[in-house]
Design a protein around this ligand. Structure first.
Ligand SMILES: O=C(O)[C@@H](O)[C@@H](O)[C@H](O)C(=O)CO
Length: 498
């Protein structure tokens, strides 16, 4: 009799609460039924499956090995699509502008169950499937993998409050079409390559000369709407004179046209709700409130419906560490940015939202609890922390490899990491690796951005240097990882006022 036979019998009786089978973990919240078919997620030898019993189209459509009436189904795309067909709560959804949402990027595909346990019952909704093209390129995953990780976790936990799927930092049209074709419910349009910050480094006269080369219709469009005009936003005045208008049009004009083009071409007539986010945060200089206003007003006047806007805030929102900058000035500008979002009917989106604890209360206050905060790398760091606790040697090997390959990773992210400030590994006790050592900013950023290099590292024979042992350890420590996420992301949500 297969090791799953006893479980199948309990499934057929409709009571999976007391199942105990050696070396098989049962996820009781996953127990589902459709017609005469019953499903249950289990884990055996560090691999998860969905067991199916009974007769019906659901049983027939699931792919898997049939052992005496118990079908053992792997967590693959084909089976994810079957779950989507039969159980609506496993399909991602858009949330719109009136509720708080949190992006919970999962670079490993195993964090979503912990994220679900973190947000359950709280006044905030999870975008569980969120990865940028940058991330999946570095981890050699695709958007089906990203959806699979989220959907199977939703099924495992029986989570029925809804979740989103964000095609994050998309720059090219093919990626936008691919995301929407797969059913992604949020698109984060990265406009950084359409924003020309270089004009900030030339003289006003050179800018005017460049501006005068723009089509007359373009210049008339902007001058008739903004030149020598003052607009009131959240108790602040936004004024456009010739000089700042010229600069803003030169820096953002092409980006605004790009935003409109993407909305009209891919989103406006899609036939389903999509949360459309504008990302202008990955730029060398902050988004001035005047620029944010002009972009918002242009999009509004062109009929572009925006779910959220991610400006580049003053100061530094670097990966995996707290806010760097003048918090008082950040608060002053947050009043205007949040006021603009309110006036134009969208939410502010906070990118690199991981660990920005010192400014979360300000963000929660001025957005009136309607925000989108994105996290991703910090969830990877909690996985590394979990491993460092039980496999210090593995952490040490990963850390050393990260030091040797840091510059390769730094090409993808803006960080000001100072490797010289990271304590030497041989001077750190095992017990301190997962706490004080990993909490130091430079050590955090080192590991935060080298995720792709570490997960793809191979030895001379092509064998995984770290990933196989890393994932096996996290499977064995599944509850510990969940608790780490509940605690860490829970702190984010609590400080945001949710
Ligand atoms: O690392 C990435 O590519 C993404 O997870 C982030 O840039 C994401 O957009 C984010 O801001 C999460 O903190």
């Amino acid at each position: 009799m297969s090791k799953f036979q006893a479980i199948a019998e309990a499934m057929q009786k409709g009571d999976v609460s007391g199942i105990a089978v050696d070396n098989v973990k049962v996820y009781p919240h996953s127990f589902e039924q459709s017609g005469n078919v019953k499903l249950l997620m289990v884990k055996s030898d560090n691999t998860k499956y969905i067991l199916a019993t009974g007769e019906g189209s659901l049983f027939d459509e699931l792919q898997g090995e049939n052992n005496s009436g118990v079908k053992v189904c792997p967590l693959v795309t084909a089976n994810r699509l079957v779950l989507n067909k039969y159980f609506d709560y496993t399909v991602p959804r858009a949330f719109g502008t009136q509720v708080a949402t949190i992006g919970l990027g999962d670079r490993l595909g195993i964090a979503s169950s912990g994220h679900i346990k973190t947000v359950a019952g709280k006044n905030i909704h999870p975008i569980l499937a969120q990865q940028s093209i940058r991330e999946i390129t570095l981890t050699k995953r695709d958007y089906n993998d990203v959806l699979n990780g989220a959907v199977f976790a939703v099924f495992q936990e029986g989570y029925k409050d809804g979740f989103g799927a964000d095609g994050d930092h998309l720059k090219v049209e093919a990626d936008i079409k691919m995301s929407l074709d797969l059913g992604f419910t949020m698109i984060t349009l990265d406009c950084s390559e359409n924003i020309d910050n270089s004009v900030e480094n030339i003289t006003a006269a050179e800018r005017e000369a460049k501006y005068n080369q723009l089509p007359e219709a373009t210049r008339n469009h902007y001058e008739s709407r903004y030149l020598n005009q003052t607009f009131e936003v959240a108790g602040n005045s936004i004024t456009f004179n010739k000089e700042n208008l010229i600069e803003i049009v030169l820096v953002y004009g092409a980006a605004v046209d790009f935003m409109e083009h993407i909305f009209v071409t891919y989103i406006k007539n899609l036939g389903r709700d999509v949360d459309f986010e504008i990302s202008i945060d990955e730029t060398p200089s902050p988004t001035a409130p005047e620029a944010h206003f002009l972009i918002a007003k242009e999009l509004y006047s062109r009929g572009v419906t925006v779910y959220s806007m991610a400006p580049r805030f003053i100061g530094e929102f670097q990966k995996g560490i707290d806010y760097i900058g003048d918090i008082a000035q950040f608060e002053k500008e947050m009043v205007i940015h949040a006021g603009l979002a309110d006036d134009f009917g969208y939410k502010l989106s906070i990118h690199s939202g991981s660990d920005k604890f010192s400014v979360f209360p300000i963000i929660g206050k001025y957005t009136k609890g309607r925000f989108h905060v994105k996290t991703a790398g910090t969830n990877w760091l909690e996985a590394v922390r979990t491993v460092a606790k039980v496999k210090p040697d593995l952490y040490r090997r990963m850390h050393q490899y990260a030091l040797e390959h840091f510059n390769e990773a730094a090409a993808y992210y803006h960080v000001t990491t100072d490797l010289s400030k990271i304590a030497l590994l041989d001077q750190v006790k095992d017990a301190d690796l997962s706490s004080a050592f990993m909490d130091e900013d430079n050590a955090r950023q080192l590991i935060h951005i080298t995720y792709g290099i570490l997960l793809q590292a191979k030895d001379a024979q092509g064998n995984s240097l770290f990933a196989d042992e890393f994932f096996r350890t996290l499977s064995e420590e599944e509850e510990a990882y969940e608790q780490s996420l509940i605690s860490h992301i829970g702190k984010h949500i609590q400080l945001l006022g949710k």
